[in-house]
Design a binder for this molecule. Structure first.
Ligand SMILES: Cc1cc2nc3c(=O)[nH]c(=O)nc-3n(C[C@H](O)[C@H](O)[C@H](O)COP(=O)(O)O)c2cc1C
Length: 176
């Protein structure tokens, strides 16, 4: 069986939860990306990296892509978590932004719905979310459109679900 490592970046815990679920299912080691360097990856054949979306970008992906470039023989799998419900067009747009052709490409990319935790979020990110919310409200032309913005947008919510990892787990098991 090939040695597998799951690494993650997580600010409020959603990505870490997915990383731990995946590690459990594929019998992998699991570590935050901040505790790793290139040498720490040497022993592994398969590396799964997960990070949250911040303004459509996967946090810490740049660091992981530099490792991908230096260790192209490993199987690299990337997943992102976000607060946007997933559909094929959304996932494609996230892929396009984060994996332009000149950058190293993972073997597979997955997107999992996470949530929003205002209690664990730092004040600056809380402020950004409130500003984004206001801006998107202003975009709505009618009063009706403004009212349609769900109040839950400003309250914490958790839409993570273990079943979302099934396709990723299946792929890693085939590679193992
Ligand atoms: C400043 C900020 C920007 C965000 N931008 C996006 C985004 O562009 N798309 C999205 O789907 N979610 C976005 N989110 C939501 C996070 O990606 C989501 O809460 C994620 O699951 C958090 O993962 P974590 O708990 O592992 O940090 C944003 C959150 C914050 C605080």
């Amino acid at each position: 069986m090939k040695k597998t490592l799951v690494i993650y970046k997580s600010k409020t815990g959603f990505t870490e939860r997915y990383a731990r679920w995946i590690a459990e299912d594929v019998e992998a080691d699991v570590k935050p990306v901040t505790e790793l360097d290139l040498a720490g990856l040497a022993d592994y054949d398969i590396v799964v990296f997960g990070g949250p979306l911040f303004a459509s970008r996967i946090l810490d992906l740049g660091k992981v892509q530099s490792w991908m470039e230096k260790m192209p023989k490993k199987t690299w799998v990337v997943f992102a978590t976000g607060a946007t419900p997933s559909d094929a067009d959304f996932v494609k747009s996230i892929e396009k932004i984060n994996f332009p052709p000149e950058m190293p490409q993972p073997a597979r990319f997955y997107y999992f719905l996470g949530g929003m935790d205002f209690e664990k979020m730092g004040w600056f990110n809380r402020l950004l979310i409130r500003l984004f919310g206001r801006l998107s409200q202003r975009k709505g032309k009618s009063e009706e459109a403004k009212k349609a913005t769900p109040p839950s947008r400003f309250h914490s919510f958790d839409l993570s679900d273990r079943s979302y990892i099934e396709r990723l787990v299946k792929y890693v098991r085939i590679k193992q």
